[in-house]
Design a protein around this ligand. Structure first.
Ligand code: BDR
Ligand code: CA
Length: 388
């Protein structure tokens, strides 16, 4: 069947189609409304939900968020990713307690990806997910509702006010919009850490969060919710240094002490593995992108996710009318392309006859393409150390 795009398709129709036929329809693609032009606009005091898999950089991102008065954190939802859910959930609770924010509801979510076995990154984040930094068992309990249900309830309570901030695999977000497709028109937007247009970190093709659950990522990118994608293209430029750690160590609060311990262990672990720079503060940059979008530069793309490649599953592909400009001959720079979105050529065995997935370019994401790392670290370290 050749899919005929309709410009009038609503966000809800998208997700219903995408989630109903994940293994078939989502491989063909549906039409998307344009991403909101204001998605990366100035931060107000919007309500947010942070979906996370702590995770060293998740832990620091959570602390940054909880030290940011612009954010009204309505909930924190844990997902399996860097380490199993049995560790990410208590780690999220630990961060909430350290920040003195046990008032924030924390919910446990998916213990594995939608269709795949869980692959973790314990080699990067340590067996406990916090780079070996040990904090006491949390006394705070998670709420009874599962993550997807908490997301659903909060988004429905505050229609068009809530921004979702996933900084782990997208399983919980995809589950929420699959059980309640109306959410896609009720969510204000998504600001996420994930994906890459410049190669991966877990395979040559894929960024870790998308690699772990590419089917979930595809549902989210095809949902029609305005997305800001903060991927490896920019997060690779956020290398934590000894000076940053010393600044954290000089802070006086429980947050800065905890952040300093996590950061010190993360640097030591990274050096022990032979890296001379890093670790990167991937997830904090996504939070910062919301707090102060002027730290980054963005470009509109249509993003899709490879789900079937044996070597490339989890790769995020960015389609843009100006993609490839750099490689054009002099004099061709201003040439405009009527660009359709093409997939692979149909195989002899398939019933598909055309490689065209969408017959015109419509962006579904603002992708961060550059970052002022100095300003980012001023924000991150300033807030964690209590000096800003
Ligand atoms: C992402 O993968 C995880 O290991 C980090 O926490 C971050 O969310 C970077 O690729
Ligand atoms: Ca993460």
């Amino acid at each position: 069947m050749h899919f005929k795009p309709s410009l009038r398709m609503t966000r809800r129709q998208f997700v219903t189609t995408a989630t109903a036929g994940l293994t078939v329809a989502s491989l063909r693609g549906q039409d998307l409304p344009a991403a909101s032009a204001t998605q990366a606009g100035p931060a107000g005091t919007s309500r947010v939900i942070i979906d996370t898999d702590p995770g060293v950089d998740d832990a620091l991102a959570l602390l940054l968020a909880m030290r940011s008065p612009e954010l009204k954190i309505e909930g924190i939802t844990a997902v399996a990713g860097n380490v199993p859910l049995e560790l990410t959930l208590p780690n999220a609770l630990r961060m909430v307690e350290i920040a003195g924010r046990a008032d924030i509801p924390v919910a446990g979510g998916a213990s594995r990806p939608l269709l795949r076995r869980l692959v973790t990154a314990a080699q990067v984040h340590g067996e406990n997910g916090l780079g070996g930094t040990v904090f006491p068992e949390p006394k705070t309990r998670p709420i009874a509702q599962p993550a997807a249900e908490l997301i659903r309830q909060i988004v429905r309570k505050y229609p068009r006010e809530v921004t979702l901030m996933p900084i782990g695999p997208l399983t919980n977000i995809a589950t929420a919009i699959s059980i309640d497709p109306d959410l896609v028109s009720l969510v204000k937007g998504i600001v996420m850490m994930g994906g890459s247009l410049s190669g991966g970190n877990i395979t040559p093709a894929a960024e870790f969060n998308v690699y772990v659950d590419p089917e979930a990522a595809r549902i989210v990118f095809q949902s029609g919710i305005p997305i800001t994608m903060v991927g490896l293209d920019v997060t690779r430029k956020t290398s934590l240094t000894d000076d940053h750690v010393r600044a954290l160590e000089s802070g006086q609060s429980p947050v800065s002490h905890a952040a300093a311990k996590i950061a010190r262990n993360a640097i030591d672990h990274t050096r022990a593995q032979g890296f001379v720079v890093g670790p990167n503060m991937h997830d904090s940059l996504a939070i910062a992108a919301y707090l102060d979008p002027t730290i980054l530069k963005f470009k509109d793309y249509y993003i899709d996710v490879e789900t079937s490649g044996e070597l490339t599953a989890g790769e995020t592909l960015g389609y843009s009318p100006t993609a490839g400009d750099d490689r054009r001959l002099p004099g061709q720079e201003k040439q405009t392309i009527k660009m359709s979105i093409r997939g692979s050529a149909p195989t002899l065995a398939s019933t598909r006859t055309s490689p065209v997935l969408r017959d015109q370019f419509l962006p579904n994401a603002k992708v961060a393409i550059d970052v002022d790392s100095g300003r980012f670290f001023d924000l991150l370290i300033g807030r964690l150390s209590g000096k800003q």
